[in-house]
Design a protein around this ligand. Sequence first.
Ligand SMILES: Cc1cc2nc3c(=O)[nH]c(=O)nc-3n(C[C@H](O)[C@H](O)[C@H](O)COP(=O)(O)OP(=O)(O)OC[C@H]3O[C@@H](n4cnc5c(N)ncnc54)[C@H](O)[C@@H]3O)c2cc1C
Length: 379
Amino acid sequence: MGFSEKHRRFRNKLRRFIQQEIVPNIEEWEDKEEIPRELYRKMGQSGFLGIEYPRIYGGAEEDFWMTVVLAEELARCGSGGVAFSILVHTDMSSPWLTRLGTSVQKKQFIPSITSGDTVCALAITEPDVGSDMANLKTTAYRDGNDWIINGTKTFITNGVHGDLYFVAARTRNEGPRHGKLSQFLVYRKTPGVTVVKQLKKTGMWAVDAAEIVLKDVRVPIDNLLGEEGRGFYQLAEGLQRERLVGATLSYSASQKALEDTLSYIQRREAFGRKLSEFQTLRHRIADITTEIEAARRLVYHAVSLFAAGEECTKEVSMAKLFATEIANRVAYETVQLHGGIGYLRDSAVERFSRDYRLWTIAAGTSEMMREIISKHSLT
Ligand SMILES: Cc1cc2nc3c(=O)[nH]c(=O)nc-3n(C[C@H](O)[C@H](O)[C@H](O)COP(=O)(O)OP(=O)(O)OC[C@H]3O[C@@H](n4cnc5c(N)ncnc54)[C@H](O)[C@@H]3O)c2cc1C
């Protein structure tokens, strides 16, 4: 498979939308640390928020390669935070509904997700638990026809301004280590949910990250997502998509930073020559060009397996590890090749270097990716 004429047309349409509706506003949204809700609605109306969703719920029933186009193009918009916010909504939280939701849940929740009226967030991480997901402390217990949820979640992207949280909580204390979690759909406005803090981050300024306290939050039993006690496995499976999207963002934003750098070193002069004429710089350009292409090809390989429904945990982990680590190398080199300008707030590579620092941490750290790859290699 891969990209077809249909993907190319979609890319052109999306690129025009990003140039018109996103690029001119980025400075303002970065400063305000907020993306207006209107953007989601406009993206919903243009069909960008429901790429793989069923048509009956406002989706387009396209394939995962179309989602790769979405991530590649958003990565080039100039704000990692805007791209992150939209992809958390479309690919890092809501897809659990299509995979696991009952028809009642799908009918209830998906139409307002694809229209952009409801913005989604994924609430797994807690102040004491990140990588060790099976050890989450937030609890949920049954009370009649409700679940009662208690705990604290942190680093929740879209958590301040979003509407619907996909919450992971412990529903059992006994039994196997990986058989204790479940997933719940919780509206931010449910009584007992409090956003206690908007976190100050190194990068990704346009999108918010929240610390959230859930105190005796009552949700109906119908808001359990998937099977009680299978939350860990559901999450682990769903995280493959999140990792592929993070990897895609990483090589595509790297490519944009490379292009910005090529253009800069062909304009800037030192010692009577263009910077692009110094062999030492040309060789560094050659290295990062090669690394970005290698990252892209590794991601495409994992995407082709994922899109075909094949088991690809190892390939996805390799793609996520490599593409996000390469983005950090590219960030270092592109800032360096810009000289002092590269260290200024107004330069695109400076923001790229701050924003994409995140991706070796979020969606599973590089260390966790190495754990998964080695586990698959050694058994
Ligand atoms: C800006 C931002 C946005 C985020 N958005 C979300 C979100 O929307 N939803 C959400 O749920 N979470 C979100 N996260 C949280 C993110 O997924 C976690 O930060 C990440 O999973 C790592 O967990 P931790 O921070 O608790 O680090 P820890 O798990 O405490 O790890 C600390 C260090 O130890 C290493 N380490 C841990 N265990 C091992 C091991 N077994 N072997 C080797 N090394 C190990 C890690 O790799 C890391 O280097 C976000 C984080 C940030 C910074």
